[in-house]
Design a protein around this ligand. Structure first.
Ligand code: HEM
Length: 444
């Protein structure tokens, strides 16, 4: 699909570009404000920073075209990926499309519906363990706490061969170091990672810790050869004689760990924040959760329609994966806009989720908009992406968010603290400054 067909034009450029630095300043200072202003300029809008032309996709149709990629005109790549690639190597999320299909096929069985029962039990056990130390009146630093819960749950669904014990704390710190490292500056200028700073040094040390742990586990799983009903058993065995190599298992596990933990943690934290702001909603979700117990099976999700609405709305309103890139591998078009080979194309679910023509009053948090509506079939709702690289963990993530939220809220009421909370876009969209006061609900 090139210029031979109907007339195509270059995408409009967003206003306010500096002659030298382009849109770098607004991108660093207020990326969400910059993005929110783009859709009224067109379906595809040019931003400038650095020498590579960069285009932001602003309509659901254009996003579907890029993600479903029928002409193979786009691949993974661009400066936004380089940061992440340094840790997850050529894992499923970052490898070129040529290698992607095989990695995805080999990892897919771990996310089959019949594995979900085991994962639901693990999720319930980890929420119980995490909340057992909470006390009435305690002030919770919500994001680190939810990151800790998500780390425990992800490691427990991944490595069931043995109890991880105290080493989990070191692993949690390593994951936190990685996440803290991901700033928008590093996403647009990955060269910053190569500077000899204390922060880069700490990051490398955490990376080495995670990799040492993984190499030991891969060797142990290979030697053992038993199916422990966990992700690692699936990654280290192959029913069709084409197993993942050690390097591929390592990159895949790193992708799942970092993709799964950080996204789930920020979404949990945002959900608790929203409930803390709305006492009536919180009471309804708590009542629903109590009526739906026990909460350790996948079918409990069906008994939690309002909680599901809260989760769908968090994923819309404060979508964790607020931006992710592709690269045009050939001269092509998106809709009626020309995009040259080598251009970086940015997909932003945040932009789509805040279009008033798709979601009425998009800045309002309104779980009721999902009453009787399936988010997965809703035009423009793309928190997990789409096409062949759609989040492989999306069913697990939705189940985890729904069951854990219900499990927490049936016993604990999150109350707001006076500190201001604002969305902070880093690798994922974080609730900056979020602390909550815990109130224990009366046991019934
Ligand atoms: C709220 C939770 C989550 C959100 C919002 C989320 C979002 C996303 C998005 C937007 C993508 C597509 C990126 C792209 O197309 O470039 C993705 C891919 C991926 N996600 Fe998630 N994710 C979540 C949870 C999880 C969990 C729990 C796991 C695993 C346990 C996981 C594993 C992955 C993997 C392996 C990929 C790469 C898939 C591929 O390229 O084929 N994610 N995720």
């Amino acid at each position: 699909m090139t210029a031979a067909g109907p007339r195509v034009d270059a995408p409009p450029r967003a206003p306010g570009a500096h002659p030298l630095f382009g849109h770098l300043k607004p991108l660093l200072l207020d990326p969400l404000g910059l993005l929110a202003a783009l859709p009224h300029l067109g379906d595809v809008v040019e931003l400038r920073f650095g020498r590579t032309p960069t285009y932001v996709v602003c309509s659901p149709e254009a996003a579907q075209q890029v993600l479903r990629n029928p002409d193979r005109a786009f691949d993974k790549g661009g400066t936004f990926y380089e940061n992440v690639r340094s840790l997850v190597g050529d894992g499923m999320a970052t490898c070129p499309l040529a290698e992607h299909k095989r990695l995805r096929r080999l990892a897919q069985p771990a996310f089959r519906t019949d594995r979900m029962s085991g994962y639901a039990r693990t999720i319930h056990a980890q929420v119980e363990a995490a909340t057992s130390t909470w006390r009435h009146g305690q002030v919770l630093d919500a994001l680190p706490e939810m990151r800790s819960l998500a780390t425990r749950t992800t490691f427990a669904t991944m490595f069931r061969r043995r109890e991880l014990g105290p080493e989990i704390d070191g692993l949690r710190r390593a994951v936190t170091d990685f996440v803290e490292h991901q700033t928008v500056l590093r996403m647009v200028a990955p060269i910053v990672n190569r500077l000899p700073t204390a922060r880069n040094h700490r990051y490398r040390a955490s990376e080495a810790r995670l990799l040492r742990f993984l190499d030991g586990e891969i060797a142990a799983y290979r030697a053992d050869g038993t199916d422990h009903g966990d992700l690692m058993s699936m990654f280290t065995t192959s029913p069709d004689g084409d197993p993942l190599t050690d390097a591929e298992v390592r990159d895949t596990v790193m992708t799942v760990l970092l993709g799964g933990i950080t996204t789930t943690a920020v979404s949990h934290a945002w959900a608790l924040h929203q409930l803390s702001l709305d006492a009536a909603l919180d009471a309804e979700v708590a009542a629903e959760a109590r009526a739906a117990a026990p909460l350790d099976t996948p079918d409990a999700v069906d008994r939690l329609p309002l909680t599901r609405g809260v989760v769908a709305e968090v994923l819309r309103h404060r979508t964790a994966g607020w931006i992710f890139p592709r690269v045009a591998v050939t001269d092509t078009t998106i809709g009626s806009r020309r995009v040259p080979a080598g251009a970086q194309v940015l997909l932003s679910p945040y932009v789509l989720h805040h279009r008033p023509d798709l979601f009425a009053a998009p800045d309002n948090f309104d779980p009721r908009r999902w009453d009787g509506r399936d988010p997965h079939r809703t035009k423009g709702w793309l928190p997990f992406g789409a096409g062949e690289s759609k989040c492989i963990g999306y069913e697990l993530a939705f189940m985890d968010l729904t069951l854990s939220l219900a499990d927490i809220v049936r016993s604990w009421r999150p109350l707001p603290c006076p500190t201001p909370v604002r969305p902070r876009p880093r690798l994922h969209l974080e609730p900056h400054g979020l602390t909550l006061r815990l109130a224990e609900r009366d046991p019934r």
